[in-house]
Design a protein around this ligand. Structure first.
Ligand code: SF4
Ligand code: SF4
Length: 166
């Protein structure tokens, strides 16, 4: 697996190839089978990957929170929602966002609010969700951040015999 520090550079090198692979999948792959391939890689790779050694996603993305999530995390921190917002959130285009870098990312790579972290954090990189064919642009973008997603795309190119043909 590529290291978290090297993933962006490596993904940029294959960015064009990744876009050709996306076009290839759109015309050659079955949508449900592709979802199954992603799901199976997601389970296999994350089962043995220690995200606390990476945390690129926590440093890269603006995390939006639902009002309910604000209340839950505020309560976990012993704060009122208002005090929590002032201290930890900023107003983004789509509502409240976690300040960057995320104030809950500890130096040891653990998430201070792991048990109640926002749904966006819990869902990332979404590779276990259906509808991956329609999200391939996002997946290609995630390959610049997430070593596991980078690995998924490289493996899928072999699975679909992409390199032999293109
Ligand atoms: S809340 Fe936790 S998982 Fe989400 S960005 Fe912050 S440290 Fe990462
Ligand atoms: S989900 Fe991906 S980017 Fe986020 S910590 Fe895990 S391996 Fe790193």
């Amino acid at each position: 697996m590529i290291t978290p520090n090297n993933v962006r550079e490596a993904a940029l090198k294959v960015e064009e190839e990744n876009h050709r692979f996306r076009s290839f999948l759109k015309t050659h792959a079955d949508e449900e089978e592709l979802d199954q391939q992603f799901l199976s890689l997601h389970k296999e790779l994350f089962a043995s990957y220690d995200c606390s050694k990476c945390r690129n996603c926590c440093r890269s993305y603006d995390v939006s929170l639902e009002n309910e999530e604000v209340s839950t995390i505020a309560a976990a921190k012993g704060l009122t929602p208002d005090a929590f917002c002032k201290q930890f959130l900023s107003e983004g285009l789509l509502g409240y966002e976690m300040k960057k870098p995320c104030p809950f990312l500890r130096e040891d790579g653990q998430c201070e609010v792991e048990f109640c972290k926002p749904s966006e954090c819990a869902a990332y990189p979404y590779t276990d969700r259906p509808g991956r064919m329609g999200s391939l642009l996002n997946i290609i973008a995630s390959a610049e951040v997430c070593p596991v997603v980078y690995e998924m795309l490289e493996r899928l190119k072999d699975t679909y015999h992409f390199r032999k043909q293109y």
